[in-house]
Design a protein around this ligand. Structure first.
Ligand SMILES: Nc1nc2c(ncn2[C@@H]2O[C@H](COP(=O)(O)OP(=O)(O)OP(=O)(O)O)[C@@H](O)[C@H]2O)c(=O)[nH]1
Ligand SMILES: [Mg+2]
Length: 354
């Protein structure tokens, strides 16, 4: 699955309708005077962040969007109809970039965020508008204004609700495969995962969230060791992190500390996110070792770890449910915040690379 979804879209707002040239003609009324109505306004092109979408796939199939032309004005001072608008519906988290793919036009980061991308042309004035003391019977009217035409890029930074972190080989990809329908590459050597994988966790029809499996972190990752920390950008917007610690290694406390240190060094609020700590691979541990390792983790982290196994599936659902409760709380919080959110255009799009 592509983590970044982007596509180019061509839009055009509607032309305004032309004004009409017309004169009143009625029995017994001589010199009825001009009565040409104005043209209608052309439709606008809007973009809106809506619920229920999570990809830009629709824009792979349709790239051209045009709003309707305004209706022409008519005699008897009738105004032309306004052209219908077109609304591009996109998932929350979509960024709109200019044709140069650099200039950020908008970051639709909350539900209902809406922006006019192209304004429809105004309708032209009918000849009624031009009558005056000098020219009482103008035989001309304005044409409608042209609509705007432009190309834009849509870019979706998929927002993983929960990020999976841990040392290489901690079993992150295996966990993702157990939790979702994703099929990440799994192998018993470090750095199997070279690019992030996403999976959708389906607890029930309306309990869904996205989890991201990112490459393992090693000591010094924040200084560029291993694959570095650049992939952490994918989980910056996540509600929480699931931190997996391989229970089959000798020093579980050290493993936890290493990863925490790298999260801290990376910054961007990652270290402050709720961490669901889990001792993984418990299928390979006897009850005695489980207790021992769990106690070691608890001692260093200050709370009890979940006990899970991506291979046997033990404890996985329980951990996912706990993580989802947090996701849900964050979503409710975000929905409440939207109203008074004085939103800024956001950081330059170039500052974020996968
Ligand atoms: N016994 C056991 N082995 C596991 C479990 N989860 C993963 N493994 C094994 O651990 C090894 C690494 O698993 P991955 O899922 O690739 O680990 P990862 O954290 O994604 O590794 P990187 O992508 O390299 O960072 C593989 O050989 C897996 O079969 C588990 O729950 N129990
Ligand atoms: Mg992996």
């Amino acid at each position: 699955m592509k983590f970044l979804d982007q596509c180019k879209v061509y839009i055009r707002s509607g032309n305004g309708g032309g004004g009409a040239v017309s004169f009143r003609r009625e029995k017994y009324i001589e010199y009825g005077g001009p009565d040409g109505g104005d043209g209608g306004k052309g439709g606008d092109v809007w973009i809106e962040a809506v619920d229920g979408l999570n990809t830009l796939i629709d824009y792979r199939y349709q790239q051209h969007f045009r709003a309707e032309t305004g209706g022409h004005g008519m005699g008897r001072n009738r105004h032309g109809a306004n052209g219908a608008d077109v609304v591009l519906k996109v998932p929350v988290g979509t960024q709109v970039l200019d044709e140069d793919k650099e200039t950020l036009i908008a970051d639709l980061d909350h539900l209902g965020a809406r922006l006019r991308l192209a304004k429809g042309g105004n309708g032209g004035f009918g000849n009624t508008h031009f009558k005056g003391p000098v020219n009482q019977a103008p035989k001309f009217a304005n044409p409608g204004q042209e609509g705007e035409e432009r190309a834009i890029w849509l870019r979706l930074k998929l927002i993983a609700d929960v990020g999976l972190v841990g040392l290489p080989n901690a079993g992150k990809s295996t966990f993702l495969a157990a939790a979702s329908a994703a099929k990440p590459k799994i192998a018993d050597y470090p750095f199997t995962t070279l690019a992030p994988n996403l999976g959708v966790v389906d607890l029930s029809t309306n309990e869904r969230f996205v989890i991201a499996d990112i490459p393992g972190l090693i000591e010094g990752a924040s200084e560029g060791a291993g694959l570095g920390t650049r992939f952490l950008g994918h989980v910056e917007r996540s509600a929480s992190l699931i931190h997996l610690v391989d229970g089959t290694q000798d020093d579980v406390a050290g493993a936890w500390r290493t990863v925490r240190h790298e999260l801290d060094a990376y910054g961007e609020g990652l270290a402050d996110k709720t961490e669901f700590l889990a001792l993984n691979k418990i299928d390979a541990l006897d009850p005695e070792t489980r207790k021992e390792k769990a106690a070691e983790l608890e001692a260093v982290a200050g709370r009890k770890p979940y006990l899970v196994s991506g291979v046997s599936g033990e404890g996985v659902t329980e951990l996912l449910r706990a993580a989802f409760a947090e996701v849900r709380a964050r979503r409710a919080e975000a929905a409440g915040e939207v109203e008074d959110d004085q939103h800024e255009p956001g950081e330059a799009p170039g500052s974020w690379t996968p």
